[in-house]
Design a protein around this ligand. Sequence first.
Ligand code: ADP
Length: 394
Amino acid sequence: MTIIPSYQGKSPDNSPSRPDKVAQAKDEKSVLDDPQTVSVTESKARKRSLVLSAQETPADNRSDNALRPQTLSEYVGQSRIKAMMQMSIVAAKGRNESLDHVLFYGPPGLGKTTLAKVIANEMGANIHMASGPSLERPRDIIGLVHQLEKHDVLFIDEIHRLSRVAEELLYPAIEDFVIDLTSGKGQATRTMRLPLPRFTLVGATTKAGMISNALRDRFGFVCRLEFYNQEELCAIVARTTKILNVKAEEKAVQVIASRARGTPRIANRLVRLVRDYGQYQGKDVIDEGTAIAALESYQVDTSGLDSTDRRFLEILIDNYNGGPVGVETIAATLGEDRDTLEDVYEPFLIQNGFIHRTPRGRMATAKAYQHLKRKAPNMQLNLDLAVDPLEEKW
Ligand code: ADP
């Protein structure tokens, strides 16, 4: 029996990029640049709103390697997860075993991929990277696990998008470290079971609720990543300015951190934008005024909301008297897809008390009225109905 792996090898840190993210970046670019679909003004507004998108852009990807923390001690925040990983990695290494499988979930840009790489580094192992949608056929999975060595980390991003076939092939691989290979058709079908080295599967998802219970239950650790607080973001911004050789005053660091939506990827992007603005203005050191002026020129407001966030709130308040409004209606009015709204925009707006998610739709809070300088009606929301989007079904 001959198996021809379709997967082209490991994706080391310096690989060009994850294929799905490149495709996504291309999609974004082609949509934004297509004069047939988007007017010039709209296109500019959307590019501006990409400043605060937690999704990875090609520019993020280029500076990623230099900025990504390599070890648990360099990794800022997420202290509960870090403490648990630290303890389990030391224990696994002490027993000369692989680390138990780990699932990270939470909004994009919070450090799931980074943690997977940190785990591999701390284990002294290789990391093999793939994404759910790229593992469609059995030979995609076989090609991937075929390269694993003892204690390696297999990272699957967007694991909720694995095909059913791929998921079922993975079960024995992660449970018993074997893979079932089949050849032939009909009555001539043969199955051969091959042993695999003990490895660690690290899954990442923004949609915890879309993972089957069967897959979820096979992870030893299921960890939800939280938004970062101001202090942690200041540490991340200060670290990034140091690595990028940008001189910034402490007040400027605080301004950038406070507008980064609790997300390291956005914090890093804002540092690059402020650096470029400062350079253009001939500043050797970024002070508070320069940071504020730079961020305002990109329409990032004091709460870190961008034009899409504000438009979201305007739709709720001005068009629908504060809601409730179904997410599909908001998505159609904004010209965004539902997934982007749910994954990228809503978690931050909910976490920061601008909207409530209820079974009947989204509702603006008093804070949203205040932020947009609108007069708030007498608001009586049954908070029991409010749903935390990060809680998902677990
Ligand atoms: P996710 O996989 O959750 O979308 P990533 O792991 O790709 O997010 O993180 C995005 C970027 O943010 C990384 O390039 C890294 O530089 C930075 N980053 C993420 N988490 C941290 C952290 N805890 N400390 C410092 N930088 C971080």
